[in-house]
Design a protein around this ligand. Structure first.
Ligand code: NAD
Ligand code: 89V
Length: 337
């Protein structure tokens, strides 16, 4: 499979390492409007076909897919361009700055008959896959309550300076992953209430968010995120999960420990992600999920099936993000359609 990648920035390097790990896939062309970034990443991965303009790349290259790793303002333009060229597309999260853009991107891909997957990778982390397995086994029964929590004091701004300057921060960048995990584990939400806080005076957007979700099948969950939490042992980038079910409970706690209590008693296992050769701590958990989701994309593209985090599926995660900002602004609960 011949792929191309657009946007050779901070995170794209992980995506390029992961593509290199997948058999029969080659990234044959790169695009970035910044010539210095394009040259640096092109040299690092030995990719000679380099473009500063995506249209020129689509015109010159025969591609089986394109991987868009730019920041959100360019996503709609680039996805629509891929659709015009009938090239299946993976697009990084946040899918789009607005619901209107996101719906237009889904419509464009569907009209062109191409696959569209949002690179929503947290649900593909090894510890979260382990939680999904416990729920699927039925050993804790029907989940009725959950807490999905990401609290940290890690400096994300040094690697991603744009995170400090946007009017919106933690829900749009990080909460989006945690809300997607809540959907993946407990099903779609029907109502959401949120409160936000800005603790770090050096940034523009909110860095703490607390959300309450009603799920369609009656479960209730708390989704909470913080980049302002100074803790005894920094857990970045671990997501902690508590779920109570009718027959038991599970707890994913620090250092990737998963405890499960069911009718057979309590067990605890280490569900740490492997440290891939190109990965580095503490990012290795996220880095491995990049490989997992890209493998999923290749499998679905070959089998002509719909990826789990298709553009259409991701509209529901993005709707939670927008509902959270709406609820935080008004103080009221937001009903989801
Ligand atoms: P970045 O600013 O470091 O890199 C973006 C690159 O895209 C830059 O090199 C820029 O020049 C290029 N670019 C922008 N618009 C372009 C266009 N129209 N044509 C060609 N090139 C263009 O950003 P980043 O930190 O790498 O983040 C990129 C995306 O990845 C964001 O959407 C971010 O939220 C996401 N991200 C995801 C994860 C994850 O775990 N899924 C982690 C970090 C970042
Ligand atoms: O995963 C992400 O989207 C990153 C980070 C973990 C720093 O929030 O931006």
């Amino acid at each position: 499979m011949r792929g191309a990648l657009i946007g050779c920035g901070f995170f794209a390097v992980n995506q390029l390492h992961a593509w290199a790990d997948i058999d029969d896939v080659a990234i044959v062309a790169l695009c970035d409007r910044d010539p210095a970034r394009l040259a640096l990443v092109g040299e690092q991965f030995g990719i000679a076909a380099r473009y500063t303009d995506a249209e020129a790349m689509f015109a010159a290259q025969a591609l089986d897919f394109v991987d868009i790793a730019t920041t959100p303002p360019s996503h709609r333009y680039l996805v629509e361009q891929a659709a015009r060229h009938r090239v299946p597309v993976v697009c990084q999260k946040p899918f789009a700055p607005s619901m209107e853009d996101a719906r237009a991107m889904v419509d464009a891909a569907e009209a062109a008959g191409i696959a569209l997957m949002v690179h929503e990778n947290f649900r593909w982390q090894t510890p979260i896959l382990a939680v999904r397995d416990v729920l699927a086994s039925g050993s804790i029964g029907r989940p009725f309550w959950g807490r999905i929590s990401f609290r940290s004091g890690y400096d994300v701004f040094s690697g991603q300076p744009y995170l400090a300057t946007g009017a919106r921060f933690i829900i749009e960048d990080l909460g989006i992953h945690i809300l997607d995990v809540a959907r993946c584990l407990l099903g779609d939400a029907t109502r959401l209430t949120a409160r936000t806080q800005r603790i770090n005076p050096a940034i523009r957007g909110e860095d703490v968010a607390t959300m309450l979700l009603d799920h369609a099948d009656g479960a209730v969950s708390v989704v909470d995120c913080s980049y302002a939490s100074r803790l005894a042992r920094e857990p970045f980038p671990e997501t902690f999960i508590e779920i109570d079910g009718t027959e038991g409970s599970l707890r994913l706690t620090q250092d990737y420990r998963l405890g499960v209590t069911g009718s057979d008693g309590t067990s605890e296992q280490d569900v740490s992600p492997p440290l891939l050769p190109w990965a580095s701590r503490p990012w290795h958990n996220i880095q491995e999920s990049v490989l997992n989701i890209q493998r999923h994309w290749v499998r679905t593209l070959r089998a002509r099936t719909t990826p789990d985090t298709s553009g259409r599926d991701n509209l529901k995660t993005l709707a939670l993000v927008h509902a959270a900002y709406e609820s935080a602004a008004s103080g009221a609960a937001v009903q989801l359609g």
